[in-house]
Every structure is written in C-alpha cells, then in structure tokens.
Design a protein around this ligand. Structure first.
Ligand code: HPA
Length: 263
C-alpha cells in the first residue's frame, strides 16, 4: 500500500524518516514533495504550505497536490490540520478526528471535473472522510495513550485573515467544532479521485471571541510533544495493512464523460 502524509502548519518535515525530495508534474502544476527511503519507501510526505512554508492557505494548489499523490499510486492519505477551537469541550491542545466539514472557502479550484475535456461528476460527500482510516487512527491513537475526539465538524474559512467573533458565533450555531483554513477542498478532491483520506485536527488556540473579550493567543506549551505523537501515530496507522471496507473508491455518483467520448 502506498500512502502519504500531508503536513499542515507545524509539520514541515517527517522526523525520524529518511526522505528525498522529488518534483512531480501534474496537469495542474508542479508539486514539490518527499519520498521515504529504505523501510519508508511507500510513504510520501507533502508539506501543504510548501517546503519553505511560503504558500498561504488560499493559494495552495490543492488540485495539483492531490493529483500528484494519485499519480504516484498513493491510495491512503492522512493529513494534519491546525485549528482554532470553537466547542468548549475541545480546548487548545485537543486532537479531533474530524468527521464532517462546513465549507466557507471562496474562489478555490475545488474539483477535477469542470466539464469539457474533463467531463463532470457528482461525488458523494455525505461522510467526507474515510471511515476505515479514521477508525484505525482513533484506535491506534487511543492505544498510544492519546486522547482523540472521534467526531468533530471542521469549518474551513478562506483566510488568510482570522475570523471575527461574530463569524465564530455563527459557526458555533451551525454546529462547527473547530476552524481552520486548509481542510477544503483537499478532502473533497481526494474523494473525487477515490483516495482514502482522513484528517486529524489539532487545536492551537481558542477561536475568535470564544474567550470573551480576549484576543486570540496561540499555545506553544506541549505542542512539540503533541506533534511528535501525531507523526508517530500517522506512521503507525499507514503501516497497518488491513482496513475495514469502505466506499471511498466508488464515491463518484454520476460521471458525464468528456464530450468527445460521448460522440
Ligand atoms: N482560525 C482559522 N484557522 C486557524 C485558527 C483559527 O482560529 N487556528 C489555527 N488555524
């Protein structure tokens, strides 16, 4: 099984894994990523913000990233998501195996199926994250002694600005638990190509206005250990060879082939 880790903020390298850098050409642009060496040959590492952490959330080439992994034969993807906490039961430092998202992004290329040459498709998104990969992540994390919330709704904003307190209040009313800027369209694009994709959110702050009257502050304490544990958990999870069955590979509900194929 070929697998990849997509690293968000705070995850610019894979400690303890020998990596070599690689450039992948896709129809959507070039992607710079890393391939594991020796016993890690089947693991790829893609730092979402670029190898020098220079790409802001709204400018990430999500399609190129997911297409590159697909071209490399990757079937399973685990991603980290730095988030702010909206729900009171998820204080900064919490880990959440998100199971739903609310999409508040704008102007992002969010599909591989734009009609014309690509044809178009409607992809099932009722449960956007791979249930089998999520469950394995939760089980192994729990066995490692990590506290992982097994459910949580991720709100994706466009960024790069942070939210207003009123926006966070609205997200809370809508059922949002955590807020970040990069989880969408990454997850739906992975689903469009039939990849098994799950994401672990780790909270680094209370979202705007949650602590009434206080400005946002990002935690630093304990973050180093938390990040090490997340990577250890991801590597263990991706080395599991057996996953429960799921429908990720057949989530494309209807597919309208390109015009020339229909003629
Ligand atoms: N809002 C949006 N994205 C984030 C936050 C936040 O509060 N914290 C980390 N990423």
């Amino acid at each position: 099984m070929r697998a990849a880790i997509i690293g968000g903020t705070g995850f610019d390298t894979l400690e303890g894994v020998h990596l070599r850098s690689e450039l992948v050409q896709t129809p959507y642009g070039e992607v710079s990523l890393f391939r594991g060496e020796k016993e890690w040959e089947d693991i790829f590492f893609l730092p979402r913000h670029g190898t020098t952490h220079s790409i802001p959330p709204h400018r990430i080439n999500y399609r190129a990233n997911i297409k590159a992994l697909h071209q490399l034969g990757v079937t399973h993807v685990l991603a980290t998501l730095a988030v702010g906490s909206i729900s009171a039961h998820l204080p900064p430092g919490s880990l959440v195996a998100v199971d739903q998202f609310l999409d508040f992004t704008q102007n992002r290329e969010n599909t591989f199926f734009n009609g014309g040459k690509e044809g178009f498709a409607h992809t099932l998104m009722s449960y956007p994250y791979c249930p089998a990969l999520r469950q394995r992540l939760i089980d192994l994390g729990t066995a490692m002694g990590l506290k992982i919330s097994p459910k949580g709704t991720y709100v994706c904003t466009n960024g790069p600005r942070l939210e207003t307190a009123a926006e966070i209040r609205m997200f809370s009313i809508l059922g949002g638990d955590v807020v970040g800027m990069t989880g969408v369209p990454e997850a739906p694009l992975a689903r469009e190509l039939g990849l098994h994709y799950a994401a672990l959110a780790y909270s680094i702050n209370w979202a705007a206005g949650v602590e009434s009257g206080k400005e946002i502050t990002f935690i630093e304490e304990g973050l180093g250990a938390l990040k090490k544990n997340i990577l250890k958990l991801f590597l263990q999870t991706l080395q599991s060879s057996e996953f429960a069955t799921c429908d990720c590979e057949s989530a494309r509900l209807t597919f309208h082939p390109p015009e020339e194929e229909r003629a």
